[in-house]
Design a protein around this ligand. Structure first.
Ligand code: NAP
Length: 298
């Protein structure tokens, strides 16, 4: 039985991946903020006689404190993690800053992914064929990164933010692979193609029209999940691989520059060293503890 941890597991592609693994008899941990969304999945798990194989961790992953709380829960509950799916997303037409002072998309798309990959590395290492799957990349050229203003304090542009987030995910993967030279964890960056999902976010009127059109044009979630499962079930040989839908992306190209990855990693460590209350490691957060009874499957 595999243990599969899915951020963004309460909606869209993440939710459908959760159902897939539950139906296969695996153990699934879904992470998101919405208890209502999770309830639907918990009810489905009960119908599949899989309630004891599902855990919902309610957490706002835009907060470093919440990531640390989730990590603590995962590390103390599951000796090994086979698959970590990084699928939390949230679109913001206007700039927002978290209670810890980070631009919200940077915090959710990038800082959370950094904390979870590094924080779960030992748990993944204990699995037979561990995989990290990040659905937000691969994100194109390095020029998408605004090095002098990573958190878009000037001229906020939501689409540029999302593009940058994809690129930061690429560099996170390069940096993680570089930092774990003897690891047997496979790191997979996969863009499943435009998919009709929840597209969670806070949209301006104009952006809402665009996203409604994307929802109409997107492939069904099942098609995206079939594409993803083909890769997860047949892990690519290289430790780091990337795909735009079915097409392999060259992870040795300049777009995956190791120097840039190290620069980002070092900058991230500096940021996290000064993050939030007690360096982002406080055990008190604004929402329910992930391990509390209210969040557990029934
Ligand atoms: N849909 C596409 O066309 C498409 C294309 C390429 C790549 N992708 C990638 O695929 C992944 C899944 O996308 P999707 O379209 O399926 O997403 P979605 O339907 O919009 O769902 C987003 C998920 O993220 C969670 N989330 C949002 N903010 C969060 C926060 N602050 N803390 C914790 N969880 C949070 C949501 O849970 P709650 O609401 O419970 O918080 C939800 O489960 C993303 O990484 C996305 O970038 C999607």
């Amino acid at each position: 039985m595999k243990t599969v941890v899915i951020t963004g597991g309460t909606d869209g592609i993440g939710r459908s991946l959760a159902y897939t693994y539950l139906e296969r008899g695996d153990r699934v941990v879904i992470i998101g903020r919405s208890a209502d969304k999770a309830r639907t999945i918990i009810d489905t798990a009960a119908r599949l006689d899989a309630a004891d194989r599902l855990e919902f961790l309610r957490a706002d992953l835009a907060l470093t404190t919440e990531n640390h709380r989730v990590l603590e829960r995962l590390r103390t509950t599951y000796p090994a993690v086979d698959i970590l799916v990084l699928g939390a997303r949230y679109y913001r037409s206007t700039r927002s800053v978290t209670a810890e002072g980070f631009e919200a998309s940077f915090a959710l798309f990038y800082l959370s992914r950094h904390l979870l990959t590094y924080g779960l590395a030992d748990s993944l290492e204990r699995a037979a064929t561990p995989m990290i799957l990040d659905l937000s990349g691969p994100g194109g050229e390095l020029s998408r990164i605004r090095w002098d203003d990573l958190q878009f304090t000037e001229s906020y542009d939501p689409d540029a933010v999302m593009h940058q987030c994809g690129k930061l995910s690429d560099l996170l993967a390069v940096g993680f692979t570089d930092d774990h030279p003897h690891s047997h964890i496979r790191y997979l960056l996969l863009h499943p193609g435009l998919t009709s999902t929840g597209f969670t976010g806070e949209y301006s009127t104009t952006d809402r029209t665009v996203v409604e059109d994307m929802r109409r044009r997107g492939q069904p979630v099942e098609a995206a999940v079939a594409r993803i499962m083909r890769r997860l079930d047949n892990p690519p040989a290289p430790r780091l691989s990337a795909y735009m839908q079915e097409n392999a992306v060259d992870t040795t190209s300049a777009a995956f520059d190791l120097g840039a990855a190290r620069r980002l990693r070092d900058h991230t460590r500096e940021l996290l060293a000064t993050a939030g209350p007690a360096n982002g490691r406080s055990n008190t957060g604004p929402i329910d503890s992930p391990g509390s009874a209210a969040d557990r499957p029934v």
